[in-house]
Design a protein around this ligand. Structure first.
Ligand code: CAA
Length: 240
């Protein structure tokens, strides 16, 4: 059954693969994006998937953006909180802005999207929320106190909201990707990345599509008994 699904940060990287996969599953997919207009236009031209621009870290903009999507396409039944940024640096070099910005977007974005969509799912008795966490939220990572804290927060957020949604047919799960071949990972200095890849038992970076397949399961009817879980897709880098 086709449902209305929204993927934040949906025009690039992991989000793009999730949008395409959910579209193939027969859903009406909407992508949210924050910055890269050119990429968003190319994405819509290629896929036919409409892209809406707002900053998920902005509470009012998110409520307003989701209301616009619902006015056009109907109630949002599936939310994939994928939007995220990095501002890597060791603590002694990290600014307060770098800390705040990562928490505001990566973790605050999940809260804002849930405020906009969870009450409707609860009333209708069906919903799927998938939050994209990270291996670095599970294991920590040198140079990422902001990102690791935000992603770890996402895992806690997921388990708490899952308890609130369970009796209303709303599942809330997280996926914790390892190092996936995207622009975000490509920004890691090559020498650092080489050492990280050497520690992945499967011996390579993951592909965005490998995360999208996990989302497809969690958002399907078959995923109805799975809630509050974290699906680790990381090539064996962290067995959690
Ligand atoms: N453990 C211990 N020490 C480490 C270390 C580690 N993992 N990594 C680096 N160091 C040490 C270095 O050996 C170096 O020590 P010396 O000065 O004694 O030689 C010192 O720390 C400084 O290291 P850098 O030269 O790397 O410091 P920098 O300030 O230039 O850069 C950094 C710091 C920006 C954090 C850089 O190390 C970096 O980019 N690291 C990668 C962070 C990372 O993995 N980001 C993931 C982005 S992708 C993502 O987040 C998606 C996802 O969900 C997986």
């Amino acid at each position: 059954m086709g449902r209305v699904a929204i993927v934040t940060g949906g025009t690039r990287g992991i989000g793009e693969a999730i949008c395409k996969r959910l579209q193939r599953q027969g859903h009406i997919v909407i992508a949210n994006y924050a910055g890269n207009e050119e990429k968003a236009r190319a994405f819509t031209a290629e896929t036919g998937i409409r892209a809406y621009k707002w900053d998920v870290g902005d509470h009012e903009a998110t409520l307003e953006g989701c209301a616009r999507v619902e006015a056009e396409f109907g109630p949002i039944d599936i939310v994939v909180n994928n939007a995220g940024v990095t501002r890597d640096g060791t603590l002694h070099k990290m600014s307060y802005d770098d800390w705040n910005e990562v928490l505001r977007i990566n973790l605050g974005g999940c809260f804002n999207m849930a405020k906009a969509t969870f009450p409707g799912m609860r009333e209708r008795g069906w919903g799927r929320i998938v939050n994209i966490g990270s291996i670095n939220g599970q294991a920590g990572q040198y140079g990422q106190v902001n990102y690791a804290a935000a992603k770890s927060g996402i895992h806690g957020f997921t388990k708490a909201l899952a308890q609130e949604g369970a009796k209303f047919g709303v599942t809330v799960n997280a996926i914790a990707p390892g190092y996936i071949d995207t622009d975000m990972v490509a920004a890691v200095p090559p020498a650092v990345l080489e050492k990280i890849v050497a520690k992945i038992p499967v011996g390579r970076l993951g592909m965005a599509e490998e995360i999208a397949r996990g989302v497809a399961f969690l958002t399907s009817e078959n995923g109805g008994f799975m809630t509050g879980s974290t699906m680790s897709i990381n090539g064996g880098q962290h067995m959690y």
